[in-house]
Design a protein around this ligand. Structure first.
Ligand code: 13P
Ligand code: SF4
Length: 307
């Protein structure tokens, strides 16, 4: 069966919008109505007139779409599509941790569960983290979670009083400094693009650090013709589409046999699963009403500040 053709037909009949994160495979990105970073996808999810949102991404992204559009049917083709970073901070451990910091403002990256968001004052994504932190009063004490790398990156820029949770992403932690240096020798003109979830030792080598959308934008506008890309490999599809004359080289992980520049959760979504999900209108993202109300506040605060 030609899944792409059938999906495109069905999504019209059902008034469904398909959203895809940049880390999805190229075939999924190509059938999506909108491809973006986590902030952009949240914005589209909150504004769409569609009856159904089919989210090609991971659990926390689909949950954020449901929280922003609770009356819509939000479908996620693979409920097991989690996130190692979100998993590195669970609700019970966080409650214990926060007892030590009663006078702190809790800023959470959106890569968190709904339960963690319910304990959060304000959310952020990698594209607005610096501006969200800078918008807080200068003497504000902050707990930032769950990513230690993004946390230390923001701390180094904003110089704010921040306690950072010790979590990390299995993809971004794995990029090899030595192999990036080797690539720089092979391609001396190349610029290094890195997501702030990478370790500090990688970010030091970066010519541009930013969210997936920011890295894509930089690759389009910069005059350089070769880029070493230290984030999940799916982003290379949009980079190459936007700049076919440029060369994009994926930064290698420490262990090249593990395919660690692929997010195993993002890559659980396939065209066949998208087809079946749309056909059956299942699996659907269901969140308890009270939890939606609690998790909505920090997300709306972020959305308001990101307009
Ligand atoms: P972006 O917010 O840059 O899309 O990143 C999301 C993510 O999961 C990075 O690993
Ligand atoms: Fe989570 Fe990392 Fe995958 Fe992003 S790349 S969704 S942070 S596991």
């Amino acid at each position: 069966m030609d899944f792409s053709k059938e999906i495109l037909k069905m999504k019209k009949e059902k008034n469904c919008v398909i959203l895809s994160h940049f880390y999805q495979t190229a075939d999924i990105q190509d059938i999506a109505d909108f491809v973006g970073d986590s902030l952009q996808l949240s914005q589209v999810a909150s504004e769409t007139a569609a009856d159904i949102i089919l989210f090609c991404g991971v659990n926390f992204m689909a949950e954020t779409a449901k929280i922003l559009s609770p009356n819509k049917k939000v479908l996620l083709p693979e409920p097991e599509a989690g996130c190692s970073l979100a998993d590195s901070c669970n609700v019970e451990d966080l409650k214990e941790f926060l007892k030590n910091y009663p006078d702190h403002t809790v800023v959470s990256y959106v890569n968190t569960s709904v339960g963690v968001k319910a304990l959060t004052d304000i959310c952020c994504t990698s594209s607005n983290a610096v501006s969200i932190i800078e918008s807080l009063p200068e003497n504000e004490k902050i707990v930032f979670l769950p990513d230690r790398n993004l946390g230390s990156y923001i701390k180094s820029i904003t110089k704010r009083d921040m306690v950072v949770w010790d979590g990390a992403c299995h993809v971004h932690e794995e990029f090899s400094v030595e192999k990036i240096i080797e690539l720089k020798k092979k391609y001396p003109q190349a610029k290094v693009l890195a997501h702030p979830e990478c370790k500090k030792t990688v970010l030091i080598l970066a010519d541009k650090t930013g969210s997936t959308a920011a890295l894509l934008e930089f690759s389009k506008k910069d005059e350089c013709r070769q880029f070493i890309v230290a984030t999940e490999s799916g982003i290379l599809h949009q980079m190459q589409l936007a700049s076919p004359q440029k060369t994009f080289i994926p930064a290698p992980p420490v262990d090249s046999t593990c395919g660690c520049n692929d997010c195993k959760y993002m890559k659980m979504i396939t065209l066949e699963k998208v087809y079946n999900t749309l056909k059956n209108e299942s699996p659907e993202v269901i969140i308890d009403f009270d939890l939606i109300e609690k998790a909505k506040k920090p997300i709306l605060r972020m959305m308001e500040m990101s307009k």
